[in-house]
Write a protein that binds this ligand. Structure first.
Ligand code: URA
Length: 195
């Protein structure tokens, strides 16, 4: 059932020209992970060059770093997560997607959330956070907190985390460093989804 609904939605996205990003994409980047077993949906920012080429989210440098952190925290990318982005097409030169582009793509994203109906939404980075949370707050101040937000007419638990691109700039693992906090947040997420 889920698979069929998602396949139909994907076909719709493949023909989508609701915003300018549709004109320059190579592929739509619909999702990764297993819709049947996923306990959480991880929402990133937008596809980059590698994602546009392959049609799969988080396969470039940031994606590889994300995979390392997931593995360290004991979260299976293939089984525990369903991975999407705020927009399905690559913004030129990897710029941040415009509000109008996110709005144009919002229906697809909400449909995916509704179909999967996960235990948790993970906002990976400031762009995903801002798409759902209207208070002005830095990701560094709110990461790791469990928020309860109304999304698509349902109250949903959400946890913001750093985006792996941000972590590419910080290598320290010492207590309180961005990488240390990312691991702690993912360990918390692991506990949360296994409850
Ligand atoms: N960054 C994102 O936010 N999403 C991707 O799919 C790849 C990089």
């Amino acid at each position: 059932m889920k698979t069929k609904q998602l396949e139909e939605l994907k076909r719709e996205c493949q023909d989508c020209l609701r915003c300018e990003l549709g004109k320059t994409r190579i592929n739509i980047v619909f999702s990764d992970g297993n819709p049947k077993t996923a306990r959480a949906i991880l929402i990133g920012e937008a596809p980059g060059e590698n994602e546009d080429k392959t049609g799969t989210p988080f396969v470039g440098r940031a994606g590889k770093l994300l995979n390392e952190f997931l593995e360290k925290a004991g979260i299976s990318r293939e089984k525990d997560l369903y991975i999407i982005n705020t927009v399905k097409c690559r913004p030129p030169k990897n710029r941040v997607p415009a509000d109008s582009e996110k709005k144009a793509c919002e229906d697809y994203l909400l449909k995916q959330i509704e179909i999967i109906n996960p235990k948790l939404l993970i906002f990976c980075g400031a762009t995903a956070l801002k798409s759902f949370y209207d208070k002005k707050i830095a990701i560094s101040k709110i990461r790791g907190e469990v928020l309860e937000l109304e999304i698509g007419g349902e109250k949903r638990k959400c946890i913001p985390i750093f985006h792996p691109s941000y972590l590419l700039r910080y290598h320290s693992l010492e207590e309180g460093s961005p990488r240390d906090l990312m691991l702690k947040d993912l360990q918390k997420i692991k506990m949360f989804i296994n409850k």
